[in-house]
Structure formats: C-alpha cells, structure tokens
Design a binder for this molecule. Sequence first.
Ligand SMILES: Cc1ncc(COP(=O)(O)O)c(C=O)c1O
Length: 462
Amino acid sequence: MDEKEDPRNGDHVTKKPKLLKLSISDPEFLLGSEFSHHQPGTARINNGSFGCCPESIIAAQRTWQLRFLKQPDHFYFSTLRPNLSKSRAVVKTLINASDLDEISLVDNATTAAAIVLQQVGRRFSHVNDTVVMFHCAFPAIKKSIQAYVTRAGASVIEVRLPFPVNSDSEIIAEFRKGLSKAKSNGGKVRLAIIDHITSMPSVLVPVRELVEICREQGVDQVFVDAAHAIGSVPIDVQEIGADFYVSNLYKWFFAPPSVAFLYCRKSNSSSSAMHHPVVSHEYGNGLPIESSWIGTRDYSPQLVIPTIIEFVNRFEGGIEGIMARNHEQVVKMGKMLAESWGTSLGSPPEMCASMIMVALPSKLCVTSDDDAFSLRTHLREKYKVEVPIYYRPPCEDDGEKEPRDKDGFWRIIKFARCFRPNEKVGSYRSSLPSNDVCVSPVADTCGLTKFKNNRILEDTNG
Ligand SMILES: Cc1ncc(COP(=O)(O)O)c(C=O)c1O
C-alpha cells in the first residue's frame, strides 16, 4: 500500500511541521536548568561521541513513553505512524530533501550503514568491483564493508586523508588518485563512501566536490557518512547530490540516544532494494515504513524531533546560531591550547565545525594507543575532564614525517565544543597537562605531569 493511502499514517504526511518561535531572556539560566542532569564538576568536552540531550527533550520523551504505556494498542494503530511522519517531515525540511519518502528514521549511523552496504553487497557481481573510501572511515563502517561487501568478493581502496591537512584541494587530489587506482585494472567503482566530518582525524571534508568527482568518474553509488553533520554544519542533500546520506540526530542535534536519519535519493534506481536489517511485518513496504516498525520497542527518540526544533529555536539564530557559536568557541579554545603548549591545530579552523584537533606537547611522551588511553582515563578519573585523545603514527609508506613541536613529536587531542553551561575555556586549560607542568595558573594543584611507556611515572600530588 502507498504510504499516503495507509490510514495509520494519518493526514499529517504531507503537512509541513509548524515551527515555534520562542524567545528567552536569559540563555545562561535556561541552559543551566536544561543540563542540570550532567554530572557536576565534569568538563564534558566530548560531545562528538554521545551528544547531550536537554531536560525539556527528556521530558518530552518521557511523555511519549507514557502515552505508549497508557494504551499501547491505540498508540500503535493511531499515534505512532503519523507522528513518525511528522518527525521525518522536520528532517526533510532541515536537509532540503525533495520528498518525504527519501527520509527514514533509524537508530544510528551504524544501522544506516548496514542498510546501504547490504544493498551494495547484493549488487556486486565481478572481482574487479571496488569500494573507495578514506582510510580513516569510522571503524564500524569498515567492519560493515568487511561483513557485507568484501565477503561478496569486492576489493577496497583506501584513500589517505592527508594529515595535518591544510586545504580542501589536498583532500580532493588524494581522492582523485584513489579513484584512478580503483579503476586502473578495468575495475568498476560500485560505491564511494565519503565522510562529511571524519571522526579521527576530525576534518570537515569538501563533500559536494567529492560527490561531483564521483559522478564525473562514473562511480555507481555514493554514500555519505555524515554522523556528525546535523547540528554541526548546514546540510542541503540536493546540493550535495549523494545517493545516501546518514546523520545522527543524537550527537549535535540534542536528540536522546538514539536516532539518526538516512536519506536515500529517490532517483537512485536501487531505492526499492533498500531494506532494514531487522525484518518485520512491514518488510517490502519501502524503507521509511520498514524502519518505522522494527518490532515492539521504544520509539520515543524518533518522536521528539519536532520538540527539538522548538528547543533550538529558543536561541538566537536557532540551530544555525548554535552551530556558529560552537564553531567560534571551539576554534578559540583550540587556538588557546595550541599556543599555550607550543603546538598546532590539526587543520585550519575553516576545516573544522564543532570539533577541533590540538596537538599534545611531545614531552607527554604519548607514543602508543595505550598511552593515549591512559592519559584519557587519568584526565577523567583525576580531573573530571572527558576528552578524546588519540595517538596517530605517521604513515611512513607515504613518506609522511612526524610533525614536531619545539621538543619533539606531537600527538593529537580532540575537542568537541557544545553549547552548554558551566564549562569554561579556562577550566579545560587548567585541567590539561602541558610539558612537565600544567599550563594553568593553578598548575600546582593539577598534579598531572608525565606519561611514559604507558604508565604515569610521576604525579606531583602523589
Ligand atoms: C564518522 C562516524 N561514523 C559513524 C559513527 C557511528 O555512529 P553510531 O554509533 O551512532 O552508529 C560515528 C560515531 O561516532 C562516527 O563518528
């Protein structure tokens, strides 16, 4: 049955969502109450992993959960589907999709990748069929390729993202090289996977230009992994022109865990071959409907999307204002730290959105993944600072040299700024280690000093 004819969809399918315009007089006060459930005294600067959901959205989620529990059958037959359609309509407007049927709501980017890659895997027919992607594609996406695509006989070409990266043109040049390599043995590039914002290193990728190159080069299908994009950068899926585009709403768009949208371009010939990996009785009714019922479960994260619009619209400039403020703040913070430590940023500010990379001072001797993990754990346990820290070895095959600060090699720390109260730039600086002493004016109370060989050798506070 056509989605528009199914009575369970109500008459909301084609209606545009009503966006409320509220004004607030004291944003800091509002933010204080909206995030009062956060652990006090903890500087959560890792918004990129799990996002942050404000109190008013949690309350709206609870209301949806209770509506279901009150009369589940009525909820299932009359309430769920029309309201999921409202949420999808909000996403459609936000990303400038041309049709509501292009939008499906799924749990997360990993689920979306499974949907896309299962479909791609079924299309592989020849040993020279290839997938092209960045070497720093998210590990779960790489594993999905292994599970669904290479198992079907495909080969994979990994494009190295230059690091530190200086310009879009460097990325474009590497990507072109990757495509040529993939086609060199008469291979057919069945799929290109392009990150919109890579996770580690964290770089805003010129996705529209790369999709255009894929079209010129006859790539079959293009999947954009934009897990971090919505709420971080403006999205126009028609302008980007990819076949599939996924973004998590729980990271930068204030949704509760866990919800993401998957856009599938209607003109893509395989849109009818897309299926949710969890097969329910809606199988065969189109991906948006399959995704709207994957068995009995909590659908409340998907239902609160219109309330999120009300939330973001309380702030000056709505979500665009929040994105601009996050970017401005994260750049300010990154520059301050790099300057304090005598290191550098991992990319020019214009190549980052709400996350920034700052090199750690070499004197911390972070020389392995284990060192990075120990430092991160120590910062959490001792200083209540939650920040991703990565060790990145140079790629010697490519003749890459380790970047240096005045004392030696440097490593990466990644910050993700989000619009939240009680987390002042100065507190990040005071809690983080630099060389042998903290850079903060309260260095003597910080205690953290040296890391070497995966162990903290010295802690000045004993
Ligand atoms: C670039 C990228 N892709 C995919 C994912 C996976 O997201 P999820 O855990 O929501 O499936 C992440 C998670 O951080 C990511 O950074």
